[in-house]
Design a protein around this ligand. Structure first.
Ligand code: BES
Ligand code: MN
Length: 446
């Protein structure tokens, strides 16, 4: 029999709250409703804010003057599950094996945000109150770029006024190693579509006389990098902040590096921009990635066709010193210039988010590090940046004027966004302890 806390986690994981898929709109909304009920049962005043996109859920305790106000942010939406056939068990029927729960969203982000909520509930149950004024904000659009959340922050600025934000939606460098993340990469997304003839054509009858859209997409994709792994878009690296010496040294000492990345990814070799280690490449250098590529015959066997269209889905990870609007304009100009003749190129912009970096040794950062040591007794805290993005973090800073403390519990092999996503119950329980220690520590931060 799972504990009550684990049973609650399993309930949360059963909602297929895939934000990008219109077919799951009602599931996303039901999941938000479930959260409101959970938060209310914990003793908070919870509100479901009807969507411009998917619902935002907020909750608060009774605020008292003179106390610190802390916001806990997380997301209840999840990524799509494909390729479904590579899951060992169905993604929304959580399975526990060796004290690890397998389900879409288990790590990213349901397990982590629920640990906070259950930590709060436990403190309220035992003590009748919290040491801080609390605001919980759980959104349903993080995995699609938080498009409507900035507007929400603007219209609810007064109620959301706070001193610090804590977020558990990043990683730990290794099992049992408490990790404080002081930087995130930003992101810019776009989709390119190349069209040619009015219909698919017989590639024997017309091949040679008509340009092939799939070839054009391949050329465009290939034009993004030079052979050394550097992004070949003119001006892409303009303004990129160099790594600090202290961070290069600190990262070189972490118990996670090339060998672990090779093992956890299963790639035949590591590859990236010359002159940087893998951690530096992923945490502090900007990149261009192809997330999806298509066009033409995808079935078994051969089919001699010249496809009428082809596409690529691209995202660019950005670092401090880069501005998404500026970089994406340069990318568009580059792609337009590189498009071969005989086809039409359409570029559609996607979500964008700014990079973030904060001082790990600010009073809040130090308090967060103390809380991590309490939750993981006897362990040194690793100070890292991350390659992933949480676009709203920099918006929190701009709109609310508040820094975010990133105290993530995702392990390198959590398989976020991939088949068999999983979250160890050990981390779930650590997250509950972490919330309790964190609110205590933040209550007295100057
Ligand atoms: N939890 C991740 C972000 C993350 C992952 C940070 C790993 C640090 C380490 C978040 O849910 C996420 O996946 N964000 C997206 C944002 C995008 C869809 C706008 C990402 O990074 O791809
Ligand atoms: Mn994610």
């Amino acid at each position: 029999m799972p504990s009550a806390e684990v049973a609650t986690l399993l309930e949360f994981l059963r909602f297929p709250s895939i934000s990008t898929d219109p077919a799951h709109r009602a599931d996303v909304a039901r999941c938000a409703g479930w959260l409101v009920a959970q938060l209310t049962a914990s003793g908070l005043k919870a509100t479901l804010h009807p969507p411009a996109g998917h619902p935002v859920v907020t909750a608060r305790n009774a605020h008292q003057p003179g106390r610190r106000t802390v916001m806990i942010y997380g997301h209840y939406d999840v990524q799509p599950v494909d390729p479904l056939e590579l899951w060992t068990s169905p993604p929304f029927e959580p399975r526990i094996e060796n004290d690890i729960v397998f389900a879409r969203g288990s790590t990213d982000n349901k397990g982590q945000i629920l640990a906070h909520i259950l930590g709060i509930a436990a403190t309220l149950r035992e003590k009748g109150e919290l040491p801080v004024n609390l605001i919980v904000l759980v959104e349903g659009e993080e995995e699609v770029g938080s498009a409507h959340l900035e507007e929400f922050l603007l219209t609810h600025r007064e109620e959301l006024r706070c001193d610090l934000i804590a977020i558990s939606d990043t990683g730990m460098v290794a099992r049992g190693v408490p990790t404080f993340t002081y930087g995130l990469r930003g992101i810019g997304a776009l989709e390119l579509r190349v069209t040619g003839p009015a219909t698919d054509l017989h590639s024997g009858i017309y091949g040679g006389a008509v340009a092939n859209p799939a070839t054009a997409v391949a050329r465009l994709v290939a034009s993004l990098h030079d052979t050394d792994g550097r992004v070949a878009v003119p001006g892409f690296y303009d303004g990129v902040a160099p790594l600090e010496t202290w961070e290069r040294e600190a990262w070189a000492r972490l118990p996670f590096g090339d060998a672990e990345i090779l093992a956890v990814t299963g790639a035949p070799a590591l590859f990236g921009e010359a002159g940087y280690t893998s951690l530096e490449r992923t945490w502090a250098r900007p990149t261009a990635e192809v997330n999806g590529l298509g066009g033409g015959f995808q079935g078994t066997g051969t089919k001699t066709v010249l496809p009428r269209e082809a596409f690529a889905k691209l995202t660019f990870r950005l670092v401090p010193g880069q501005e998404p609007g500026d970089v994406m304009a340069k990318v568009r100009a580059h792609l337009s210039a590189k498009c071969p003749p005989g086809v039409r190129l359409e570029i559609t912009g996607g979500h964008a988010g700014e990079p973030y970096v904060t001082d790990p040794n600010s009073p809040g950062g130090l308090a967060a590090q103390r809380a991590l040591r309490t939750a993981f007794p006897g362990k040194d805290v690793a100070l890292i940046r991350e390659g992933g993005s949480i676009p709203i973090v920099n918006t929190f800073k701009k709109v609310l004027g508040v820094e975010s403390l990133l105290l993530g519990l995702a392990l390198p092999d959590c398989r976020a966004h991939a088949p068999n996503e999983n979250f160890p119950l050990e981390n779930f329980h650590a997250g509950i302890r972490l919330n309790r220690a964190l609110l205590e520590e933040l209550a007295s931060v100057g």
